[in-house]
Design a protein around this ligand. Structure first.
Ligand code: ATR
Length: 289
């Protein structure tokens, strides 16, 4: 049995709320399998206490932190260094101890990329449809740019937000890479056999009967419907994708891989495929899937 001792390193999750997080299960399991003397705990941080929390973690010599809602952007002001991809995305979910403070990374998007690789989804040279224009959708667009997609078509209920995100991403790209549409205007998207990343909050538990687009005509074009939601395990968007003849994936693998990449950054180790697969099974079980 593992027992923490005088050499144990501490990592944790800061956010609000953190009570329902699966990260302690994922991280502590990984630490045991990988033989690392490390513990991972959730820390609820009240609004206004973010800076104190980061300073406190530093004073207590925490090895690293994960950061979740609502602090993924705000935490950037309290970092010693930031990874260039995280800076472009504008959101940090992982802090790693460095000289004089913490270096911020985004492992959500590399996690999505690794999950997509595992699911056999090719990105390079491909046009990708993104549903949503919030922080997550924007991050997905930047990741797709980084991974050399041909372009992205951003569809959102509020078309002005889609336009703003497309403009920001095009500025980062230094070329025309992203185009904006209203959700109902999907008929204007060129090409067939779309890869669609569902990056809205629509269909998330407990609103499991909702999907951002209902029209079967849309789903006839969807070759792969990649929902970033992991609870429920099968969303209405995924069922509609399958009804239209497409293949559907959920966000569970992304969640596992963002945790794996954070763990790898903290420990300098490389997590093997068996452990990754086991973590996916554990997570599905924890979610009753
Ligand atoms: P996040 O940071 O998780 O991306 P967010 O910034 O609140 O969260 O973005 C939520 C996304 O879900 C937005 O694209 C939002 O559309 P609007 O910009 O029009 O608000 C989308 N969304 C939420 N509820 C929706 C609904 N009922 N129908 C369609 N889109 C919805």
């Amino acid at each position: 049995m593992y027992t923490p001792d005088g050499h144990t390193r501490t990592c944790g999750l800061i956010g609000n709320p953190v009570a329902h997080t699966l990260s302690p299960m994922i991280q502590n399991h990984m630490a045991r399998v990988m033989g690392q003397n490390l513990v991972y705990l959730p820390f609820p941080v009240a609004r206004g206490d973010l800076e104190a929390a980061v300073r406190g973690a530093l004073a207590l010599d925490f090895l690293g932190l994960n950061v979740t809602v609502p602090y993924k952007s705000d935490v950037i002001a309290h970092l010693a260094e930031i990874d260039p991809l995280a800076e472009r995305i504008g959101a940090v979910n992982t802090l790693v101890r460095c000289q004089g403070g913490y270096k911020g990374y985004n492992t959500d998007m590399p996690g999505l990329y690794r999950a997509m690789e595992q699911d056999g989804v090719e990105i390079a040279g491909r046009d990708v449809v993104i549903l949503g224009a919030g922080g997550v959708a924007r991050a997905v667009a930047v990741m797709l740019l980084d991974r050399r997609a041909a372009g992205v078509h951003i569809l959102n209920r509020t078309v002005d937000k889609a336009r703003a995100v497309a403009q920001e991403v095009n500025k980062i790209a230094g070329k025309s890479f992203a185009r904006a549409y209203a959700l109902k205007d999907y008929g204007q998207i060129p090409g067939q056999d779309w890869l669609v990343v569902q990056a809205t909050s629509v269909g998330m538990h407990p609103h499991e009967e909702d999907a951002p687009i209902e029209d079967p005509a849309f789903y006839r074009h969807v070759e792969i419907g990649y929902d970033l939601i992991f609870n429920p395990g099968v969303t209405r968007f995924m069922r509609l994708t399958e009804s239209g003849g497409g293949r559907a994936c959920n966000g569970a693998r992304m969640l596992v891989y963002q945790g794996i990449i954070a763990f790898e950054l903290w420990t300098g180790t490389s997590v093997d495929q068996n452990t990754a697969d086991e973590l996916c099974r554990m997570m599905a079980q924890a979610l009753g899937q």
